[in-house]
Write a protein that binds this ligand. Sequence first.
Ligand SMILES: Cc1cc2nc3c(=O)[nH]c(=O)nc-3n(C[C@H](O)[C@H](O)[C@H](O)COP(=O)(O)OP(=O)(O)OC[C@H]3O[C@@H](n4cnc5c(N)ncnc54)[C@H](O)[C@@H]3O)c2cc1C
Length: 430
Amino acid sequence: MASAILPFSTDILIIGAGPAGLAAALAAANQSSIITVIDENQAPGGQIWRGGPASWRDERAHDLWRALANCLNVRIVYGVRIVATSADKEFLLETPGGAQKLTWNKLIICSGARELLLPFPGWTLPGVTGAGGLQALIKGGMPVEGKRVAVAGSGPLLLAVAETVIRAGGKVVSIIETKSSQNLIRFFLALLKSHRGKLLQSLKLFWQLKRVRYRHNARVITAHGEQRLLGISLQQGDKKIDLSCDLLACGFGLLPNLEIGTLLGCEIRDGCIVVDTNQASTRADVWVAGEACGIGGVDKALAEGHIAGLAAIGLAAESDAIACRAHARQFADLLKQSFAIDDSLRKLCKSDTLVCRCEDVSARQLREHSDWRTAKLMTRAGMGACQGRICGAACQFMFGWDAPGLRQPVFPTKTSTLAALSGAAGDVEK
Ligand SMILES: Cc1cc2nc3c(=O)[nH]c(=O)nc-3n(C[C@H](O)[C@H](O)[C@H](O)COP(=O)(O)OP(=O)(O)OC[C@H]3O[C@@H](n4cnc5c(N)ncnc54)[C@H](O)[C@@H]3O)c2cc1C
């Protein structure tokens, strides 16, 4: 099923081998068309099932993988990233073997999400990462045995990350949750009413984390250290608390990866690619599933991937798949309401805090400007390796600026790949 060589063209292209992409591939595989799944990672699984089958603990991942192994019309290609559109229904890819163009008839975007990182004093110190970022590093083999780790931010991902740290031999010094205990009680009561499976999962995690100090209504205000992180100061109510730690993982929320949808001119609303009941985007022959069309977790990704895969081969989804999606989306809405990003986090960033860490631009320098475009032109913010994915999103939250525009290539790219783009479509948005 897996191969390093890409076909030049494919009938159905699926971007992303996470839960949504794998579910879409299986659903679409009913027909004999050639299906190509591509992913920039080196193994299937996306974010939640990162690392491939040997590391999966979720039976649903194994079931999907076993079923896909029997689908001879599905090929999955790893280590390949879409960086641009080179013609109508043609992408330019960066592959280990150089640039390659790939044409498709139908496309399912399952590009997932990334973390929202927010600046606060000390956030650029080595040892400070995103919450999911630390989890990904651990799953990738980073040793944390004996390390003292603080996990901060908001939402259930903090619990999952803390559990990963403990399983890998680290010590979680505290989970620092921004939301108040009343918020959390309301969330758990809503789980009890409509999402008992999720409630059980959370209780199991709390049990596994029973020795960890869980602080609510708290936020990290400073990360201390010179060459690396040595400790943090946090504010809980009106108390200031200092903690020593080696690593700090901050999870402020997730943002859909919109690059491909934007490249293709799909409608984007409220930071997500717009889809209809069949998961179809506003562009013909393009469907979207999973985090890219709304943050909601693995259940939503699986249900939407299944529906999108069927729609791409002209089939309507079964009523139980539609019901699963509705239930998963209801959970996604609950998460959104319960763990909406807290306005107070805007105040964490001080005048001299770096916001654009690629180009060393501070909040003070950015505040002299009224919008992202001017700030970028005058300060070089967003012109480094992240291309505004991190600092642009932070500025959106802190200053209320519009989202940074997107230009091809949408990811930092080798010049040899760029050469293959010559004569291709130009900027998507200036
Ligand atoms: C860092 C991180 C950690 C997370 N950890 C958890 C967790 O522990 N538990 C949990 O319930 N949820 C977690 N989540 C939430 C997670 O997004 C969902 O649970 C689930 O993985 C969503 O599935 P998906 O298929 O929509 O996207 P993903 O699983 O994110 O899969 C998307 C895939 O698309 C690929 N991709 C994107 N753009 C391109 C491109 N241009 N070219 C090639 N490939 C591309 C990516 O490499 C990725 O593998 C995490 C999210 C993030 C961002």
